[in-house]
Design a protein around this ligand. Structure first.
Ligand SMILES: [Zn+2]
Length: 156
């Protein structure tokens, strides 16, 4: 890259006052001997002065505080969701362990046979189907209750 090309790349920054003193000196020194760069530097200076006269957009009152509050609220929500997920995972594991333990205990107490409506509940497959159906109904009820609670919080 020649000195001319290098200086041309800095003309807009020089006009905006964004260069360090050494770079400004280099641009000015080159512009003294280069008609094209001098004219372009003057053009950029006109643009810069014009831009400074334009009304500057201002941020609405309290935007920073509202944004910070929203970020903190979102972080708290994410942490609460993470805790809920962990709790639900622990609850699922507890449910499986409790179900299996109760089945083992019930088999020992009943001697492996408990007929209800013609089906042996102590059969592994029957026990799995009945307990799965009960778990799904319980989960659906819990989801409905949590959904209603969340809806009520929105209104408050
Ligand atoms: Zn030049």
């Amino acid at each position: 890259m020649t000195e001319h090309e290098s200086v041309r790349a800095m003309l807009a920054l020089a006009a905006a006052g964004a260069l360090d003193p050494e770079e400004v000196r280099r641009v000015e020194q080159h512009a003294q001997g280069c008609e094209r760069c001098r004219r372009d530097l003057e053009t950029w200076a006109v643009y810069t002065r014009g831009l400074r006269k334009l009304p500057q957009p201002s941020a609405p009152e309290g935007l920073v505080q509202r944004t910070q509050a929203r970020i903190l609220q979102e972080r708290a929500g994410a942490a609460a969701r993470r805790r809920s997920e962990l709790f639900l995972g622990a609850l699922a594991i507890f449910g499986w362990v409790a179900g299996w333990s109760f089945w083992t205990l019930a088999r020992a107490v009943t001697g492996g046979s408990l007929n209800v409506l013609g089906a042996n509940l102590m059969n592994g497959l029957t026990w799995s189907l009945v307990s799965t159906a009960l778990v799904w109904m319980t989960a659906a009820t819990a989801a409905l209750m949590l959904g209603r609670r969340r809806e009520m919080r929105r209104f408050l």
